[in-house]
Design a protein around this ligand. Structure first.
Ligand code: SIN
Length: 531
């Protein structure tokens, strides 16, 4: 088996992985693995922007307060403070790397700041309505021009390798078993430090704003390596994804509500005043999502509508060019017509448990970005805090790695003995795999969605375990089939979400349980599952 040595192994090529690589390159050789193309990330789809205190009418305390309110009692205050106060420095770094945020047309010295749900002040920097794409481009470009960074596409990490004969826990991670999907080959990558930056897991649900790559790979890898996973019950549903039979995963940014967009029920009437009389459309996401869910259940309608036709047509086209063009392709002119929208799975607030340095239970294994649970988001993430979290924690991780990486220089000598795994081919029809994909996603959408009950969760759990056992017995080992390898990961993630949801007997943030509709003092703590 080919063994590749690198100083730092980063799995994932979104904002977390790339920004970490751009820092670590000065300490040693960095290898970034990505299972598809480098650009196929959730970062590249992010529309809204990055929250950062910039103007005089704003203050760190207000951003901290808004984050804590959205997080519904479960954020770690020290993490929130760190992230909010580090934001200006991290944004400056992004600008130095080449990201050009929109400027205020009246005062080009200043950034154009926008508003989203849960924010008490305008504090979101953006690049039109394609902020993530603009950032991803700049970071990839810089990484490609850095001699110390190697990006390997079509490489899927299938297992983390822990040190041989580890007697005292926690054991160190020494490398990863990686499937090269182009050359049908399993390789070993040995590294001093590994960082999981694999993004979210929206594909576990039938409807999602996430890219096809969001299959919770990092969480499954960490869980199977014995690492603690936290708060998986808190899956955030974005209130407004485009409702159209041909539109796949297309988000209608919360920034439209920030610009005064009004939600209308299927009868064409505003309804948010009934659910949150003060904040209305700009209430935190969990509240808006449940309000839409309720309106749809009561009316039997298929979608609600988001109306921004009060804004001048030219302004809409300039401010939201990507959304305007995409909707137009589906026959919807957003300058004239309300946009049909439905909620969809958007962001996993839980994930691999880390400390304030992005470090997991294993001292040389880090998790950054959506795959991590740092304590910033609590039970419900505040809009536009996700790209920010990735930036702040890649910096935190860099500081810690700089301090410890020399201790793991001898990792090669700790490699466990591994028999070369066979790369198997699928013998039967692929329908068995796609059917299980559909089943998991439908079970999760129908039974583990916006509104849950113990009965629904128990029903879902039995079915997921049945599918898991069937997959394990039918397709044990490594297959040259990305769909199958991802199916294994979404099944693990689905199981973790349901187990966590079953153990939290209260309603908080994005986790709403009909049997326990109130918050409980007893549950003001993380839900932990050790792999
Ligand atoms: C959006 O543009 O509505 C998404 C922003 C986010 O998820 O924070």
């Amino acid at each position: 088996m080919e063994i590749h040595k690198t100083d730092f192994l980063i799995i994932g090529s979104g904002i977390a992985g790339l920004s970490l690589a751009l820092k670590l390159k000065d300490l040693g050789e960095v290898t970034i693995l990505t299972k598809k193309r480098a650009f196929d990330t959730a970062t590249a789809l992010a529309q809204g922007g990055i929250a950062c205190v910039q103007s005089e009418d704003n203050h760190f305390d207000l951003h901290i307060k808004d984050t804590l309110i959205a997080g519904d009692g479960l954020c770690k205050p020290e993490v929130v403070e760190l992230v909010v106060k580090s934001a200006p420095e991290r944004i400056k770094e992004l600008i130095d790397w080449g990201v050009e945020f929109d400027r205020d047309p009246k005062n080009p010295q200043r950034f154009h700041l926008t508003l989203e749900g849960g924010h008490s002040r305008k504090r979101i920097l953006h690049v039109g309505d394609y902020t993530g794409r603009a950032i991803e481009r700049v970071l990839i470009e810089r990484a490609l021009h850095s001699p110390n960074i190697l990006i390997l596409e079509n490489h899927l990490a299938v297992d983390l390798l822990l040190e041989r004969n580890c007697s005292s826990k926690p054991c160190r991670v020494v490398g990863a078993l990686v499937l090269d999907l182009i050359h049908s080959q399993v390789k070993i990558f040995v590294a001093e430090v590994i960082a999981l930056c694999t993004g979210g897991a929206g594909k576990v649900y039938l409807y999602t704003s996430n890219p096809d790559t969001a299959t919770g790979d990092g969480i499954a890898l960490a869980y199977h390596a014995g690492v603690t996973i936290a708060n998986m019950e808190f899956f955030q549903f974005h209130p407004t994804c485009l409702y159209h039979p041909k539109a796949k995963n297309f988000l209608i940014s919360e920034a439209l509500r920030g610009e005064g967009g009004i939600l209308l029920n299927p009868e064409g009437k505003p309804f948010m005043h009934k659910y949150d009389p003060v904040r209305k459309e700009l209430a935190p996401r969990d509240i808006v999502t449940r309000a839409i869910d309720m309106e749809l259940k009561q009316s039997g309608g298929e979608c609600v509508y988001l109306d921004i036709t009060h804004l001048p047509s030219d302004y809409i086209k300039k401010r939201f060019p990507y959304i305007y063009e995409t909707c137009l392709k589906f026959g919807i002119d957003i300058t004239k017509d309300p946009i049909p929208v439905v909620p969809a799975a958007h962001y996993l607030c839980g994930g691999i448990l880390t400390n304030i340095w992005g470090q997991t239970d294993i001292p040389n294994l880090f998790a950054i970005g959506e795959c991590a649970c740092t304590g910033l988001h609590g039970a419900n993430r505040l809009a536009s805090n996700s790209l920010l979290e990735a930036l702040v924690f890649s910096h935190q991780a860099y500081l810690k790695i700089k301090e410890i990486y020399q201790d793991f220089k001898d990792n090669y000598n700790h490699l466990p003995k591994i028999k070369e795994p066979e790369v198997k081919e699928i013998k039967e029809e692929k329908i068995f795999i796609s059917h299980n994909w559909d089943l998991i996603r439908k079970i999760m959408w129908d039974l583990v969605g916006i509104v849950r009950s113990i009965k629904m969760l128990e029903f879902a759990y039995k079915r997921i375990i049945f599918i898991k056992k069937e997959i394990e017995s039918t397709w044990e080992g490594i297959y040259l089939d990305l769909d199958l390898m991802e199916l294994k990961n979404i099944t693990t993630v689905a199981e973790l979400i349901v187990r966590s949801a079953l153990s939290r007997k209260e309603s908080r943030g994005t986790h709403y349980l009909l049997d326990f509709p109130e918050k409980s003092k007893e549950f003001e703590r993380d839900t932990l599952i050790k792999g």
